[in-house]
Design a protein around this ligand. Structure first.
Ligand SMILES: N[C@@H](CCC(=O)N[C@@H](CS)C(=O)NCC(=O)O)C(=O)O
Length: 217
């Protein structure tokens, strides 16, 4: 692996890769990304499996050659090392609070993922997918409520909680208007704050906004 540079293995339009790329961008770490997964394949290559036993993306290889996997674990490692006391809260209780939101991001991400799969299915119509999509809204309401009166998910500045939730929230915000989802002003304002950040633009907005989404494919 290249000296002095973090290597991220994974296609850019994966949500899990995007959140790690966003983190690396926020931290200003020298890095490169190599395509893997999706149409690029390679997940089950023995060389990749040796780095990442789970066989998914992303995989991070440090400048020292150590490999890490699971995006949230990678985010914790990078912020603990390079943003301790800032994006990675040092005080144990504050950190546990941020980590709870980080762990919960899989619940939120799962809900948004199921919404997307439902409305993007071939032949789906507003009528056919509405009740399934609306059935996933409780997770959205939890985040909306959490952001009431808050600029970021914990405290007043960007943390590991935002880094793990922001990509799927960006995807949620792109669900077509035709579905008439209830307004989520707190999530919208928070996403505006995230979009003001260059690293979010570079590694999330430009990377995962791959095509216009419409109902039925
Ligand atoms: N919990 C894992 C999820 C990893 C995961 O499922 N990644 C997806 C992309 S978001 C993947 O590897 N998909 C297979 C592929 O892209 O070929 C993480 O956060 O790193």
């Amino acid at each position: 692996m290249k000296a002095g540079v973090f290597t991220i293995l994974g296609r850019a339009d994966s949500s899990a890769v995007a959140r790690v790329m966003w983190t690396v961008g926020e931290l200003g770490l020298p890095h490169r990304r190599l395509d893997l997964g999706g149409k690029f394949g390679g997940l089950d290559d023995p060389a990749h499996r040796a780095l990442n036993p789970g066989g998914r993306i992303p995989t991070l290889v440090t400048p020292g050659g150590e490999a890490l996997w699971e995006s949230n674990a990678i985010i914790r490692y990078l912020t603990c090392t390079y943003a301790r006391g800032a994006m990675w809260p040092e005080e144990p209780l504050a950190r546990a609070e941020a980590e709870a939101w980080m762990d919960w991001s899989s619940t939120f991400g799962g809900a948004v993922g199921r919404m997307r799969t439902t409305y993007r299915a071939a032949g789906a119509t507003v009528e056919s997918c509405r009740s399934t999509v609306f059935g996933e809204l409780p997770a959205v309401r939890i985040l909306e409520q959490r952001l009431e009166g808050r600029r970021f998910v914990v405290d007043d500045s960007l943390s590991i909680a935002d880094l793990s939730l922001g990509v799927m929230a960006h995807r949620y915000a792109r669900i077509p208007d035709a579905l008439e989802l209830p307004a989520t002003p707190n999530i919208s304002s928070w996403l505006d704050r995230l979009r003001d950040r260059q690293a979010f633009q570079d590694h999330v907005v430009k990377a995962v906004t791959v095509r216009a989404h419409k109902i039925g494919g």
